[in-house]
Structure formats: C-alpha cells, structure tokens
Design a protein around this ligand. Structure first.
Ligand SMILES: [Zn+2]
Length: 142
C-alpha cells in the first residue's frame, strides 16, 4: 500500500513493487516457487488458485498481478513432463505389460498432478526472479 504506479516525476521514492527489505531477508526465488511465498515478505500468499497468482500479497501489498511470467513455463514443462511420462509409460509397458487401462489409471493423474505442481514452482520461481532483478517490459522513451 505504498502508492500508485511508478509514474516518473523524478521522485526517488521506491515504487510499490520495489524490494524494500534487505536482500538477505528476501526468500530465495526457488523457495518462493516451491512454497508459494511472496517474493518481498515471504508470506504464503503468492497463489490464489492451483496455478493462478493472487492479484496482491495479503501481507505486504505487493502487486503480484503486475508481474508477467508469460507462457514460457507452460511450454517448457509440457515438453519435460511429456518426455518423463512417455519414458515411464514405455518402461512400465516393457517390464510389466499391464492392460491398457492401467496406463490410463496411472498416467492421467500423474501427468495432471505433475504439470500443476511443476507449473506452480516454475511460475513462482520466475516471478520471484523478476521481482529480485526488477525486470520490467521494455519501453522506448523518446
Ligand atoms: Zn508480501
């Protein structure tokens, strides 16, 4: 709750999404992803849904919705989980040879749970890295 958007004006005051704590006090970016922690205050307020960010941190007011991690994690994790699940399914088929429905019963929930959890970790990690490095969209100023 430190004010509106960082709209210039030459005021050296920190914008609402700036790191206000000492760097040592910030949670590690990977920890933010693993536990869903706010990258500024460390409260477990990063996610409002399974993979949806909260609009703001309920503890410190960080505007989490202002960050944009894009679709990179989803595309990357689809490839990684696709490869892992396919390799495990081939291994199961060749070593045990179960009926087809065993594959459906095992791999559908494993894939869904793996994608959701790894997406949370990757998105939280990326958002915390953006916060730490003060990453913003590029702007052309005349
Ligand atoms: Zn916070």
């Amino acid at each position: 709750m430190t004010g509106g958007p960082s709209a210039g004006g030459g005021d050296p005051a920190a914008p609402a999404n700036a790191a206000v704590s000492a760097p040592a006090a910030l949670p590690a970016p990977l920890e933010c992803g693993l536990k869903g922690l706010c990258p500024r205050c460390g409260a477990a307020t990063l996610f409002a849904g399974a993979v949806r960010f909260s609009p703001t941190c309920g503890a410190c007011g960080l505007r989490i919705g202002d960050f944009n991690v894009g679709d990179g994690p989803a595309a990357f994790l689809t490839l990684i989980w696709g490869a892992i699940v396919t390799a495990l399914a081939i291994w199961l088929e060749l070593s045990v040879g179960p009926p087809w429905w065993v594959h459906a019963l095992v791999w559908v929930p494993v894939t869904a749970a793996g994608v959701v959890y790894s997406l949370r970790v990757a998105k939280g990690w990326l958002l915390a890295a953006e916060f730490r490095n003060a990453a913003r969209e590029g702007k052309i100023t005349p």
